[in-house]
Design a protein around this ligand. Structure first.
Ligand SMILES: C[S@@+](CC[C@H](N)C(=O)[O-])C[C@H]1O[C@@H](n2cnc3c(N)ncnc32)[C@H](O)[C@@H]1O
Length: 180
């Protein structure tokens, strides 16, 4: 009985430790982990328009769900994710084990985008302006950028895809940009 109690205490302690670590990490990122809704995954994949030689980056990849769906759509692509929150990164690593998806636990500002053909974003507005400067500096013309919900202030989308309006009001639009 005492052993059971001790084990329970250890379990609660570990959960509390993981939760605190998650919240501390979230505090230092520009967007919390709110995974894109499963109901819009197919529209996102369609908007990404992946080809055999595509190099796809998910900047702030969360649990890796978009990358997983992307390699299901086309297994010949290169799929790369970066996630700053260590707990969420571990989740993405676990979910993408046994796949060729590469996930790293670094700030998206520090990842080179020079070989990107396609970039997927689901971030907060406060990071978008700085990110656009980086994208303009590092990416080649023709790079396709697909952003869920949030648009760039200083770039006109080439396409806006309207998604069905739901109660949660999340993911109502997808913005597609082709770098000029
Ligand atoms: C709204 S979630 C989207 C997750 C995933 N892209 C999706 O569509 O399901 C944003 C993610 O970006 C991560 N993030 C925020 N700022 C970041 C940064 N500077 N570098 C890397 N990841 C970041 C957060 O930790 C969070 O998991």
């Amino acid at each position: 009985m005492i052993l059971l109690f001790i084990l329970f205490e250890i379990f609660v302690f570990v959960i509390a430790l993981i939760a605190s670590f998650y919240f501390i990490n979230s505090f230092f990122t520009n967007a919390p982990f709110v995974p894109v809704k499963k109901r819009v995954l197919q529209q996102i994949i369609k908007a990404l328009d992946l080809k055999n030689n595509s190099v796809l980056y998910d900047l702030g990849c969360g649990d890796g769900r978009v990358l997983l769906e992307a390699i299901k759509d086309n297994e010949n692509i290169k799929a790369i994710g970066t996630e700053k929150n260590f707990i969420v990164y571990l989740l993405a690593k676990w979910r993408t084990k046994n796949t060729k998806i590469k996930i790293s636990c670094i700030d998206l500002k520090k990842i080179s985008l020079s070989d990107a053909t396609t970039i997927y974003l689901y971030l907060f507005p406060n990071i978008m302006n700085k990110l656009l400067i980086k994208i303009n500096k590092e990416c080649k013309k023709g790079t396709r950028i697909v952003s869920c919900s949030i648009q760039f202030d200083k770039l006109t989308p080439d396409e806006i895809i309207d998604l069905p309006i739901t109660k949660d009001k999340l993911c109502q639009k997808i913005f597609v940009y082709i770098l000029k």
